[in-house]
Write a protein that binds this ligand. Structure first.
Ligand code: CMP
Length: 221
């Protein structure tokens, strides 16, 4: 709790009060917390593990919006605007989350108004990130889109750190869905990136070796 941006600036005594307001839930890999369209009256703070936020379109293709790590929160949108869940949340690995229901949230905000401002800041940051993503998806060619998708995973610390960079369990299909390209295009671009030494890959594993090089691709340097 003390490491979460939601509690930035809250005095340590607030952590204990928050601890009591939370309900703890343990999740197995691939277990769903909620599905897009569900009603929802709680936000969740990740204690350990990893949560995938995603969307499925009508033909079953998945768009991953984010991978979230310990300290990060999700489910705050329905808590705030009382609309159905805007995306599906699924545990990627063994994960422990804390649920904070609306009533307890208000209890916390009354005692520590900073929590509400922190929540607004988290939402603003995500909107900023999404605006950048819309720009990339609108204006970038395939190389930029794939570079952006890889960088996003890298920044979210998806996968494992290796001697050469970061190794991420990811099929070409999944990368294509993240980047908004076809599978064939994602594979072709990955091949180019591998030749440039930016990545190395197998069939279900992509290793980012040179994030600065990927940034150069993205910004055409
Ligand atoms: P909510 O709509 O309640 O349920 C789905 C949650 O996914 C949403 O709240 C956010 O917490 C989270 N979410 C939605 N879009 C994004 C995004 N682009 N980046 C990170 N998290 C998101």
């Amino acid at each position: 709790i003390s490491r979460s941006p939601l509690f930035e600036g809250v005095p340590p005594e607030g952590y204990e009060i928050a601890e009591q307001a939370f309900r703890t839930i343990s999740l197995r890999p691939r277990q769903t917390v909620f599905e897009a369209g569900d009603p929802g009256h709680a936000l969740y703070l990740i204690r350990s593990g990893k949560v995938k936020i995603s969307h499925r379109n009508l033909d079953g293709r998945e768009k991953v919006l984010a991978y979230l790590n310990p300290g990060e929160i999700f489910g705050e949108m329905s808590l705030v605007d009382d609309e159905p869940r805007s995306a599906t949340a699924t545990a990627v690995e063994d994960t422990v989350i804390h649920a904070l229901y609306l009533e307890e949230y208000w209890g916390l905000v009354r005692r520590f108004p900073q929590v509400a401002h922190n929540l607004a800041r988290i939402i603003a940051r995500r909107l900023r990130e999404m605006n950048h993503e819309v720009e990339v998806l609108t204006f970038e060619e395939a190389r930029g889109k794939v570079a952006y998708a890889l960088l996003k995973l890298f920044r979210h610390r998806y996968g494992e750190e290796t001697a050469h960079g970061r190794s991420m369990p990811l099929t070409h299909r999944e990368l294509a869905d993240l980047a908004g390209t076809s599978r064939e295009t994602a594979t072709r671009v990955l091949g180019q990136f591998q030749e440039l030494g930016l990545v190395a890959f197998g069939s279900r594993l992509i290793e980012v070796r040179d994030p600065a090089g990927l940034e150069n691709v993205l910004y055409d340097l």
